[in-house]
Design a protein around this ligand. Structure first.
Ligand code: SF4
Length: 403
């Protein structure tokens, strides 16, 4: 199975590839959802394609907005550009975009976005008949439904989400953000109002807030947990899914790198049962990224109450991403610092190969002039000299909670 990782910008794309992704998905500045993600300029897209192909990896570009008439004007030239630079596929949800791609960039393979809500084999057959190469299945399917689609339509590629944020609504059918904030989720501007804390006010008492409670729970009535199917990979592997996808183009490069390497390792083992000891390590690592409570969502049965978390929408964050290694020279390690660390802290280096990770108690830090300092400032480059040689490409994190 292909492991497909998110690439919100060029740097995250490079981390996704070097930490084990077989393919990445990204977006240009226009026409891809996740407008708040940085996304790639045309020049960056060209560089990204060149980078991926040199490494023998694939790159897919999202063009999955639901287009209004005015969006259609610039679309043909953008699609021709994507075809010219040889992206491996575009990700599309709107039939208008699909047709425009067929007419203007017929060589471009098309993947049907999860936004198109393919939830039955007949819908998959429909898109196959239109010439789609791959279906990205809706997240709202059970495993047995996915298996059924695979068996009934064997000759189209199937992709499914295995990790990341979920929506309380079917993707592509939510108007909460448009309605409450005039920012359309279907144009890439979702402000996630499903995760806000709602309270009740009575018209004549505008400053009094009444808590909305559902029996013993709080008021986050629309807040979904995060998907995590690491424990189910062996089952997924058996039914002939072509690609498994990690959500998160807006997440940090630490998230992209760590989730990618853990699923990569799990996929290498997924041909047989993964030992419980190994599974524990994988789960522990996935708990070290910022996340909401995890769920296997609809994998076993369609039970929407199991996917919601009513108490809070805040992230669980036990570790902090504090920097990335930008260069090593002999035993010196140059770090681009993202958050403060100081003498005496225990920091952890993580690498594409998990077995190379190591923990170090900071006993020296130097600024860019080689002068010893006691702590780092974010967005500066510092040098450290740990007592061992380490790989030149890695990420540094620090534990911030005692759990
Ligand atoms: S408001 Fe929530 S449910 Fe709706 S599209 Fe945004 S994230 Fe998804």
């Amino acid at each position: 199975m292909e492991l497909l990782s998110p690439a919100g910008n060029l740097q995250k794309l490079k981390y996704a590839i070097s930490f084990g992704a077989n393919a990445v998905y990204t977006a240009g500045k226009d026409f891809g959802l996740r407008a708040k993600s940085e996304n790639l300029s045309k020049a960056e897209l060209e560089k990204a394609v060149e980078f991926c192909h040199k490494k023998n990896k694939k790159i897919y570009v999202t063009v999955n907005i639901f287009a209004h008439n005015s969006d259609l004007e610039k679309l043909p030239s953008y699609l021709k550009f994507l075809q010219k630079i040889n992206v491996d596929a575009i990700i599309v949800s709107d039939p208008a975009v699909f047709l425009t791609a067929r007419e203007n960039a017929p060589e471009l393979p098309i993947h049907i976005s999860t936004q198109a809500n393919v939830i039955s084999w007949k819908s998959a057959e429909f898109w196959k008949m239109q010439g789609a190469k791959r279906i990205i299945l809706a997240r709202e399917l059970t495993f047995s439904e996915i298996k059924d689609i695979r068996e009934k339509i064997p000759d189209i590629e199937l992709e499914m989400f295995i990790h990341g944020s979920m929506c309380v609504s079917y993707s592509g059918r939510c108007f909460l953000s448009s309605f409450l904030n005039a920012r359309s989720a279907n144009s890439g501007y979702c402000t996630q109002p499903c995760r806000w804390e709602y309270q009740l006010i009575e018209k004549s008492r505008p400053n009094e807030f009444f808590r909305i409670e559902e029996d013993k729970y709080g008021s986050y009535i629309l807040n979904s947990k995060d998907l995590c199917l690491i424990n189910r990979l062996p089952e997924i592997n058996k039914i002939g899914i072509d690609s498994v996808k990690i959500e998160g183009r807006m997440k940090s490069l630490y998230y992209v790198a760590n989730v990618t390497r853990i699923y990569k390792e799990a996929l290498q083992d997924a041909g047989s049962d993964i030992s419980s000891q190994k599974m524990k390590i994988f789960n522990d690592e996935l708990n070290k990224i910022s996340h909401r409570h995890y769920t296997e969502a609809f994998f076993d049965k369609f039970d929407s109450t199991a996917t919601q978390y009513y108490d809070s929408s805040t992230y669980i964050r036990d570790y902090q991403f504090i920097g990335e290694i930008v260069k090593t020279k002999n035993n010196s390690v140059f770090i681009s610092s993202r958050a403060k660390f100081q003498l005496g802290d225990e920091i952890e280096f993580i690498f594409p190969n998990r077995k190379e990770d190591f923990l170090w108690k900071v006993n020296n830090i130097f600024n860019d002039e080689g002068i010893p300092i006691s702590s780092t400032k974010p967005n500066t480059v510092v040098k450290i000299e740990p007592d061992q040689k380490i790989p030149s490409h890695g990420i540094i994190r620090k534990k911030i909670s005692d759990k």
